[in-house]
Design a protein around this ligand. Structure first.
Ligand code: GDP
Ligand code: MG
Length: 187
């Protein structure tokens, strides 16, 4: 990797979680490669993608992990969460069941990742988590209001954003807010 001027190098692990078909893989491909796949199948076969972002003039690298379809079998393993310092918890604004699953995903995340608490103890703020309501291009068939997303995020202490991997709305911003928050927590 590329060294920072002061010799430090940042590489942050961020995990994507949420029900199957909410658009996690497409959010990642939009962010990392500016690509969208309308026929995307469960597995693309990529565990994670590393993406460089500039924060306050420094290059920060995010290693973003995608579940690659494991969520179908509720088989996301502890290795998936291990070492993560950020998470995007994704639901589909057109599918209420995926919104109802958010709390379960948050539970799983906190149970499985003991560093989560350790890290929080050593920092003013907890690890960066963002609630993402994806597919906001499908306004006509929306099933979860923006207000509901916002208030759940407030309740759980998460950032919140509605995105569209299809038309690229807020995708860059969502990842960058999480990466910036991690950077702030650590430095
Ligand atoms: P994952 O299972 O959570 O990784 O979801 P995918 O990224 O595979 O997406 C599931 C389906 O939703 C695919 O058919 C995508 O083309 C579609 N999709 C993903 N993001 C969006 C979006 O922002 N808008 C719309 N309209 N469709 C999307
Ligand atoms: Mg996927």
């Amino acid at each position: 990797g590329q060294e920072q001027q002061d010799g430090e190098e940042y590489l942050f692990k961020i995990v994507l979680i949420g029900d199957s078909a909410v658009g996690k893989s497409n959010l990642l491909s939009r962010f990392a490669r500016n690509e969208f796949d309308s026929n995307s199948k469960a597995t693309i076969g990529v565990e994670f993608q590393t993406q460089a972002v500039e924060i306050d003039g420094k290059e920060v690298k995010a290693q973003i992990w995608d579940t690659a379809g494991q969520e179908r079998f509720r088989a996301v393993t502890s290795a998936y969460y291990r070492g993560a310092v950020g998470a995007l918890v994704v639901y589909d604004i057109t599918r209420r069941s995926s919104f109802d699953s958010v709390k379960r995903w948050l539970d799983e995340l906190s149970k499985i990742n003991p560093q989560w608490y350790n890290h929080a103890v050593h920092c003013d703020t907890a690890v960066a988590r963002m609630l993402v309501g994806n597919k906001c291009d499908l306004e006509n068939i929306r099933d979860v209001s923006t207000e509901e997303g916002k208030s759940l995020a407030e309740e759980e202490g998460l950032f919140f954003m509605e995105t569209s991997a299809l038309d690229a709305t807020n995708v860059q911003t969502a990842f960058e807010i999480v990466i910036r928050e991690i950077h702030n927590n650590i430095s």
